[in-house]
Design a protein around this ligand. Sequence first.
Ligand code: PA5
Length: 450
Amino acid sequence: MMKKTDLDTGKMDLDYKHTLTFISPEEVDVLYPEAVRALKNLRERKTAGSEFLGWLDLPLRMGEVELLRMERTAVRLRKLAKITIVVGIGGSYLGSKAVIDMLSPNFGCEEEAEVIFAGYNLGEDYMYELLAYLEDRDFNLCVISKSGTTTEPAVAFRFFRELLERKYSKKATEHIVAVTDEHRGMLHDMAVREGYETFVVPDDVGGRYSVLSAVGLLPVAVAGYDIREIVKGAADMRNDIFNGKNDAALKYACVRNALYRKGFCVEILANFHPKLHFLAEWWKQLFGESEGKEGKGIFPATADFTTDLHSIGQYIQEGRRMLMETVVSVEKTGCRLFIPFDTEDADGLNYMGGKRIDEVNKMAELGTRIAHKEGGVPNMSIKMPALTPYHIGRLFYFFEIACGISGQLSGVNPFDQPGVEAYKKNMFALLGKPGYEEESERLKKNAFYE
Ligand code: PA5
């Protein structure tokens, strides 16, 4: 049996007892030395894809100069306009969207600064409505693309650039900040030519591992949140993992892989906190792009509870038995709200009277975990003390390390994403992009055009 650490006690980050009727502790133990080796491989840059391991040190590399420049740019942009449009897709938007959602109030958050994301879809209505919204408003643009060539953000950038130039003519440049490659790419070239302020996506950091670089941090700073605490949280988690003080990421990787080997091939990342929806989207991209290749990989799915207990809850409880579940559990809420007593008790809720809503939510969480376990869904929980920048930083680093280890346990390169090119090739051929004539012929021959 694996050595108990403080992670197995009250202070723990990971609770996997509800998996242990599906896998034995020995099955986890067997993987543990492999996970330790995988962590060592990461540290020694000895994994496949080792040229993309710069994210491991981002919390240390993110020094005072870069942080200060981001904070100053954020202040400068907010003085220019309350609204900032962040253009990016995949790893170039999910992390910052997740943080901003976790830290913002649910309502009225746009009073100081309004950060709106775009360029992560090709929805014509989305773009039209956003352009219409911006027509009579001041706004800035933060365009994020490592490659600088991704279609969705490039198309969006063209529209917003045009609108900014129409509004501010030569001064439009002041409203634009680009986050991209240091040396190459269309966005980089354009930024140099037009004189946009730029931040760099380091060469050795892949998109989905870039949340702790300017990619993830600049929009958060623009929204007015503390990026230093995020970096500090990540740096502390890095220390704890590398110094052997916290092995929850290793255990998480081992448990999910042990379950995968037993046929549990879908993992649902669930939450009981509405602000965590985009954290799960970020996680889904991280694990999906890192592990889903060569016919292998745990399929990452997400669920917002209790909401989804009234939709896919039925499937989770009684559908095909291939699901495992990981609940990100937030221990402390930001506010306190007690359910009132009612003299009539017409709705029969007085048994909850005087209890906090979060008490009810926590019982829903526990009840769900027990029900899912009894229904054949092994589940774990990852505990987050509170939704603060510091703990968010810790959680990001935790998942990134777990993913880098987990990919190695299933024998894939967790740092490439060859499969994402397939749809692009077809789309470019169908749109008649120069250079895609051969692909276009192939599609025609196979009568895919109808
Ligand atoms: O993880 C990845 O590499 C991708 O999901 C990218 O983040 C995404 O495709 C956006 O790429 P780019 O930043 O080059 O526009």
